[in-house]
Design a protein around this ligand. Structure first.
Ligand code: AN7
Length: 348
């Protein structure tokens, strides 16, 4: 069954809304075997959003936004993006025969995301500036031109679609975790998950999790309660200084008795390697901030004993080969195709 079909009672779907799917959603919830011991919680799960068709969680929101765009008979979709939104929009645009226009901060999106967007055939416009400036431009043009549908998370249909991540977690576990951990960039996803949990809380009487967000140290407007004019981080996906869903995220953090903290780039890089080598899960740096964040809390003597924790791992590590090249050291031995040479290495 399609994702938006399964959860249609909680989504803005009517008889005119085309039900489409590229295979998004229904992503694995993988139980930690190793990091869980370091954190000292009862259980730790990873929601592998990199398993979505375009390799990130954005597909959950995009499928809803594009269904609604089709319902309105829109011919063009537009977004600003740090990379994953543009890849997702371009994929759905290709699938649904919509012209896709993406505005990206020049030179600041990863090679994987850019390659996808090129391959899917989107019109790519690089802005000499950052994501926040690109977002202002697309807002303005979408306001002026009715025929262009904005598919950034300012579009409420994006948030609706992304709520399904929370539904899936509760449907699978049978309860909600005590801590729901997410990276925060434009703050759409933390907003969406909180809405999802609240819907299930009202409907199924489940407990509500503490929403636990992390921003990169020099791109941390919500943590510091002030926009960042020139945000910087190696985690380009969350290099955002003025999040669109700032107020909604603050609300989620307050209502859930949650927390949001800033993490140094060096810790993000460490966690990127750590979750791969400890758990066999390769994620992009913006996603590994959740792991870095948990270790940071643990180091600050946070007591997770008896608690359940779910981290949303928002995007695949394959998205960012340039990052891998820069921060991973390839250690290998090279041999001739000769059994003696192999034995020499392995039979020591
Ligand atoms: C891997 O693609 O903003 O807080 O333009 O790609 O909902 O913005 C991406 C954000 C986390 C942050 N992890 O989520 C974009 C974009 C990954 C991301 C986030 C993004 P939000």
């Amino acid at each position: 069954m399609y994702l938006i079909e399964k959860y249609k009672n909680f989504l803005p779907i009517n008889s005119d809304t085309p039900l489409i799917s590229m295979g998004e959603g229904f992503t694995p919830l993988v139980k930690s075997r190793n990091i869980v011991k370091d954190i000292g919680c009862k259980e730790l799960y990873f929601k592998l959003e990199g398993c979505n068709p375009s390799g990130s969680f954005k597909d959950r929101g995009m499928v809803m936004a594009v269904s609604k765009a089709l319902e309105k008979k829109a011919k063009k979709i537009i977004c600003a993006s740090t990379g994953n939104t543009s890849a997702s929009a371009a994929a759905f645009g290709a699938y649904c025969d919509l012209e896709t226009i993406v505005l990206i901060p020049e030179g600041k999106i990863s090679l994987g995301k850019l390659s996808q967007t090129v391959a899917y055939g989107a019109k790519i416009i690089s802005v000499r500036g950052n994501f926040d400036q690109a977002l202002n431009l697309v807002k303005e043009i979408a306001d002026k031109q009715d025929s262009i549908e904005l598919v950034n998370s300012l579009n409420p249909n994006r948030i609706h679609g992304q709520k399904t991540g929370a539904f899936e977690i509760v449907d699978e576990l049978g309860y909600s975790p005590d801590y729901m951990v997410l990276p925060v960039g434009n703050a759409g996803n933390i907003t969406a998950y909180w809405e999802g949990y609240k819907i299930y809380h009202d409907l199924k009487n489940i407990e509500l999790p503490k929403m636990t967000g992390f921003q990169a140290m020099n791109s941390a407007p919500i943590v510091n309660n002030a926009p960042v004019k020139n945000p910087q981080t190696i985690a380009t996906a969350i290099r955002i200084g003025n999040p669109a869903s700032w107020n909604q995220a603050k609300n989620a953090l307050e209502e859930s008795n949650g927390s949001i903290n800033a993490i140094e780039d060096d810790r993000i890089i460490e966690a990127y390697k750590h979750i791969a080598s400890m758990e066999g899960i390769f994620v992009e740096p913006a996603s590994s901030i959740t792991i870095a964040g948990l270790y940071d809390m643990k180091n600050k003597n946070y007591d997770f004993s008896g608690q359940s924790v779910v981290c949303v791992l928002t995007g695949s590590g394959l998205k960012d080969p340039g990052f891998a090249e820069t921060y991973l050291e390839l250690e290998q031995q090279i041999i001739d195709p000769d059994i003696n040479a192999l034995e020499e290495i392995l039979l020591v």
